[in-house]
Ligand binder design. Structure first.
Ligand SMILES: NC(=O)c1ccc[n+]([C@@H]2O[C@H](COP(=O)([O-])OP(=O)(O)OC[C@H]3O[C@@H](n4cnc5c(N)ncnc54)[C@H](O)[C@@H]3O)[C@@H](O)[C@H]2O)c1
Length: 283
């Protein structure tokens, strides 16, 4: 096992961002995706981001090449035996995650930490299916991972202190600010941010104000860089709805009920920026 080698499972939006971040910080990174075209797309996204940084004089061509050389794309878990920590950033589905963690337990070094970037699935449940519950932890990055400063480090009920300390140290090594969180629906950020977005949708649905005025009010009146409805469009309305559904189901508290208009927007396919239309319109 090598302390300077990690793996990232999933080469999608978050996986390729985390892999780029770790390779840029000097770590060797196995980036693994079961889907070869997703793996190619992930590598292309990283290469483009590095080229952009070089063209803007934020990175030397030599450093970009060295970062690329530290990345090992693969479609199988072969090679992960040397990793000290593995970050799973695959699809947000409990069965997929449980199955990945079972496979990781078989393939990884016995002392390796298995972290998940899940936004909403219980780490305690993932740990219970992993075969090494004390070495399972949440490492919740924010999108885009190379840019956003925060990592929520989430302790499952079974996580050991040593696992927590090693994971927090890795977050620091990656240049992030870690915060310690107990396993709980939505952790810190989504628990507060998404209900605020949901409330903004209620304000819109009740005709209290227009989408433009709701966003302007929250930007100018509470100093948010982006209004809540514009932020919902950026995150994806389907993602916001699924976070509300998790909070509502897990806490069984009506204060987390998703706004009917949010459900309708998702049913209509108005998902925000990614579909060209959400609470605002995009070219
Ligand atoms: N997108 C965000 O803003 C965001 C932010 C924080 C956390 N997350 C979490 O990060 C995780 C990934 O999200 P994403 O937006 O990158 O998803 P995504 O759909 O862009 O990528 C997921 C990738 O996982 C791959 N995959 C599926 N099963 C796999 C398996 N068994 N082995 C290896 N790869 C597999 C898929 O092929 C796909 O390329 C989710 O748990 C999500 O909740 C997402």
């Amino acid at each position: 096992m090598n302390d300077n080698t990690i793996a990232v499972i999933g080469a999608g939006t978050m996986g390729n961002g985390i892999a780029q971040l770790a390779a840029s910080a000097g770590l060797k990174v196995h980036m693994i995706d079961v889907n070869a075209s997703a793996l190619d797309a992930g590598m292309t996204a990283i290469n483009r981001a590095l080229e952009r940084a070089v063209s803007r004089d934020k990175l030397s061509a030599d450093d970009a090449a060295a970062t690329q050389a530290r990345l090992q794309p693969a479609t199988s878990l072969e090679g992960i035996g040397e990793c000290s920590l593995i970050i799973e950033a695959a699809s947000e589905n409990p069965e997929v995650k449980r199955s990945i963690f079972r496979q990781l337990h078989e393939a990884a070094h016995p002392d390796a930490i298995l972290a998940s970037n899940t936004s909403s699935i219980s780490l305690t449940d993932i740990a219970a299916h992993s075969g090494r519950p004390d070495k399972v932890i949440g490492m919740h990055f924010f999108n885009p991972a190379p840019v956003m400063a925060l990592v929520e480090v989430i302790r499952a009920l079974q996580t050991s202190d040593e696992t927590f300390t090693r994971t927090r140290d890795l977050a620091l090594q990656l240049g992030k600010t870690p915060v310690e969180v107990k396993d709980s629906p939505g952790f810190i950020v989504n628990r507060m941010l998404v209900p605020m977005i949901n409330e903004a949708v209620f304000v819109l649905a009740e005709g209290v104000a227009s989408a433009q005025d709701i966003d302007a009010a929250m930007k100018l009146g509470s100093n948010q860089p982006m209004g809540p409805l514009a932020l919902a469009d950026l995150i994806g309305l389907d993602i916001c709805l699924s976070v509300m559904e998790v909070l509502y189901a897990e806490f069984a508290d009506s204060k987390y009920r998703p706004c009917p208009l949010l459900k309708q927007m998702v049913a209509a396919g108005y998902l925000g920026r990614k579909s060209g239309r959400g609470f605002h319109h995009y070219a």
